[in-house]
Design a protein around this ligand. Structure first.
Ligand code: AMP
Length: 380
């Protein structure tokens, strides 16, 4: 029997970044307590949590101690080892499961799982040796993208190959790590679906979101995606089946490429709330973070209804290069919401916060969020 984990209980989060922070804020609002576990201190999640435990993910005894102090464990960062998830599962439910974590934290395992289950994915080949790479290139042709199979995100550990003379140095750059070779997709656009599945198998989603990236990092998301409804329906149906086949309890995001002939190809899965779903905090009845909380606690899922079109723009550390951004200037946009994650050091490429603009149409929301972000670094 799966009794719901009710307000007053303790939610354990592996990871301590902004995703855990926004989950912690949602959980505290609903009367839960939050414990976070990561190797760092004074973290975005730790600043909101009741308890910030500082230890290595490899320290399984520390993971067990952490798990004994909470009622359920979830994660906000998927590069936690399967062994850590198993250690926590000795004491409390881990949601989504260690199996979901293990599958989605490794690009090759993830794509192999999806391809075997019949889902449309970017054509790919495994690469363990230079011979594999040369064979993959014979099958896929140029251009291709070579990515490390594990521990990659935001374009880290990736290189695009356009000609044979780039092959050897790209292989050497892998430093012996297992990799995946993917066909380079000349896409029309990138889209995502953020979805949730409850303990009882109930499915919910936030529709189709359109995403633009800069330097491989998400830059702007617009929701609902200004694309034909049949594409949105197909993407949501794929999401429903992926969550079911992986038996996800929690939130999972699917990122797709939409090809120039309108085919959806899955690029990757994230078994947690996602940057492209941040607009839900301000634009939807239930945010992706509250939905994660409800799902992992075995509560009924909330309504995902979007109250008005929205656009979200990331605020990266680069914005600080000429000093502190002009926060008052952005607050002069009454329909733009500012979110900052409490990170002290603004490194280039580091996600420091985001803005969400709400407007009568997605085009207006997009214009508004761009103007608001530009105002952050205009001279006064
Ligand atoms: P990833 O870390 O795999 O999500 O890649 C980050 C970004 O790099 C994606 O959002 C795309 O903009 C780009 N990218 C990754 N893989 C490919 C591919 N196979 N074809 C074209 N662009 C890609």
């Amino acid at each position: 029997m799966n009794l719901p984990i009710l307000p007053g209980s303790v939610i354990g989060v592996l990871g301590s970044g902004q995703l855990g922070r926004m989950l912690a804020i949602a959980a505290r609002r609903m009367g839960y307590r939050i414990h976070t576990f990561s190797p760092e201190k004074d973290t975005p999640t730790g600043q909101i949590a009741d308890v910030e435990m500082v230890a290595s993910y490899e320290d399984l005894e520390a993971v067990r101690t952490f798990a004994r102090g909470v009622d359920v464990v979830t994660f906000e960062f998927e590069n936690v080892s399967a062994a850590a998830a198993e250690a926590a599962a000795e004491y409390v439910p881990v949601r989504p499961s260690g199996f979901v974590l293990h599958t989605t934290q490794h690009r090759l395992r993830e794509k192999t799982f999806l391809a075997k289950a019949g889902f449309p994915v970017t054509p790919f080949r495994p690469v363990c040796s230079l011979e594999d790479l040369l064979m993959g290139l014979r099958d896929l042709g140029f251009p291709v993208v070579l990515k490390t199979a594990g521990f990659g995100y935001d374009g880290k550990g990736q290189s695009k190959l356009t000609s044979p003379d780039e092959v050897e140095s790209a292989f050497r750059a892998l430093g012996g790590q297992e990799a995946i070779l993917e066909a380079f997709i000349d896409f029309r656009c990138e889209v995502s679906v953020v979805a949730a599945r409850g303990v009882d198998g109930t499915f919910s989603h936030y529709g189709l979101i359109e995403n633009t990236h800069r330097n491989h990092i998400l830059d702007i998301s617009v929701a609902p995606a200004p694309l034909p409804p049949e594409i949105a329906r197909e993407a949501v149906e794929i999401a429903r089946q992926v969550l079911e086949q992986l038996d996800v309890i929690g939130v999972l995001c699917i990122e797709f490429f939409l090809t120039r002939n309108d085919r959806l190809l899955i690029n990757e899965l994230a078994p947690r709330p996602h940057n492209s779903g941040h607009f839900t905090l301000d634009a939807c009845i239930t945010s992706q973070f509250e939905q994660q909380l409800r799902a992992v606690c075995g509560l009924p899922l909330g309504s995902t209804r979007q109250l008005c079109p929205a656009a979200m723009a990331n605020l990266l550390g680069d914005l600080w290069q000429n000093g502190e951004p002009r926060w008052a200037a952005v607050c002069a946009f009454p329909e733009v919401k500012l979110h900052l994650y409490g990170k002290r050091v603004p490194r280039p490429g580091r996600k420091m916060g985001h803005l969400t603009a709400l407007a009568p149409s997605t085009e207006e929301a997009l214009q508004l969020v761009r103007s608001a972000r530009a105002a952050l670094h205009l001279p006064p």
